[in-house]
Design a protein around this ligand. Sequence first.
Ligand SMILES: Nc1nc2c(c(=O)[nH]1)N[C@H]1C(S)=C(S)[C@@H](COP(=O)(O)O)O[C@H]1N2
Ligand SMILES: [Mo]
Length: 250
Amino acid sequence: MIVTRRKLIGGIAAASGLLGGCDRLGENPAFPKILFSGEDAHRFLQRSLTDRMALAREYRPDQMSPIFRTNGSTNPGTPEYQAHVDSAFANWRLQVDGLVRHPLALSLAQIRSMPARTQITRHDCVEGWSAIGKWHGVPLKLVLDQAGLRPNARYIVFHCADLIGGAPYYESIDLVDAFHPQTILAWGMNDHLLTVGHGAPLRLRIERQLGYKHAKFVMRVEAVDDLRRIRGGKGGFWEDTTDYEWYAGI
Ligand SMILES: Nc1nc2c(c(=O)[nH]1)N[C@H]1C(S)=C(S)[C@@H](COP(=O)(O)O)O[C@H]1N2
Ligand SMILES: [Mo]
């Protein structure tokens, strides 16, 4: 069975009542089959679709943590990255490529001029600490819509500037999370531009999943049809190197 992204997302949106204008897509008889067939069924079924589309809790400003620690890589430290820091990321470009109709190379100014979302959310690290912070960024959906996903795109991969043991950090998410309204490419935190420690110039916020999915220092966003051909094949740095789950729902 061939399932187009439009049908999939339309169905998801309809199931969650998010997109009134598209909800007839949800009546497509192929839609239920999408969820119960194919190699990725277990991934979609780990949570019901309605639950996957639900919003993460958002907090009030007075609930923000006075200290939000940094974790994992706190500075990529490569000559290339340092040159970007020295020039305030003036020559930095976000590459958006893979299974897209229009590959993009977006400057930070272009990204910051796109419609932004601000959200105060709780970050939960698998190591057992949490912090509530305010994030500012462009919804990933807007970037993907500009690039135009091809129908066979299934996952979004984030390639980062930092190396751990010589290998670049990377992470990936499915299209349910990619189009979730709280999934943003954040350029700001707590009313300031993102610091190097927290992932400057751009980091992912994916509020329904654990901390290690929130790729910092994002350099490239790649749309793919299959994660098995990327790096170690399990969809993320820790997934490839340890026993961390690819779907880290909270
Ligand atoms: N590129 C990159 N992104 C990363 C990491 C990393 O080491 N490199 N660590 C992850 C982990 S485990 C956590 S908990 C968060 C920490 O984000 P923070 O430094 O803003 O607190 O970043 C995540 N994203
Ligand atoms: Mo983490």
